[in-house]
Ligand binder design. Sequence first.
Ligand SMILES: C[S@@+](CC[C@H](N)C(=O)[O-])C[C@H]1O[C@@H](n2cnc3c(N)ncnc32)[C@H](O)[C@@H]1O
Length: 232
Amino acid sequence: MTKKLIKGLGKAVGVDVRRYNRETDTFKSLHRKYHDYTMIPEDAFVCNLQLCTKFFTVPGDVVECGVWRGGMIAAIAELSGNTRRVHLFDSFEGLPEAKEIDGKEALQWQANKTSPHYYNNCYADESFALNALKLAAHTNFQIYKGWFQNTLSTYQGNPIAILRLDGDWYDSVKVCLEKLYPLVSEGGLIIIDDYYTWDGCSKAIHDYLSEIKSASRVFQWNNQVGYIIKKS
Ligand SMILES: C[S@@+](CC[C@H](N)C(=O)[O-])C[C@H]1O[C@@H](n2cnc3c(N)ncnc32)[C@H](O)[C@@H]1O
């Protein structure tokens, strides 16, 4: 397809193709920058950044639950600027044990300790996240080290503009929703990293939305990322 035709198509659907390409290049270069600090593949990483930038107009803080080495949240922090406070929740001890509710694939994944996707059960020392934030030159942050069940109630931030859920399992995702979803501003973004990966995650989302009788839809961005826009 010629460049002219792509430009024409972009115009027809109301997309500024040159701006889109420029942004995508920036987001890809951020993935290269934080490559050693995230397990999120480039496509999904770019989608996360595309989505987040659309919600930078919502006032409030950014929260990630499930940080690992901090690469994804550092890139979001870098783009959002140092005036926006970011909050990082993680055990920094790896994942808890998967349960039956998390599905057969999750149990198998955790049992297969030699797989290249095992990442030592997602264990990462807190120092990696600190380094990633240093790379982002972001100083406006708070780290909450420990199990979500114990740390989420100590959240000391503003209303939340962007909540990124990346805790994989049912119990982890559910407790994050219970404690933090009510703090998300109307029109705020909730990214659900594992919605299409792990059964426990999708069940937690459906159970929670049903418990609060929410009519919120789960959307999909570019065939990659599940997300919700908060509405009461
Ligand atoms: C898939 S990794 C996160 C990936 C990361 N966002 C990235 O950019 O690559 C999942 C993380 O969730 C954390 N986690 C899961 N359940 C947790 C819980 N209940 N309490 C604290 N941390 C938890 C694990 O320690 C792990 O670092």
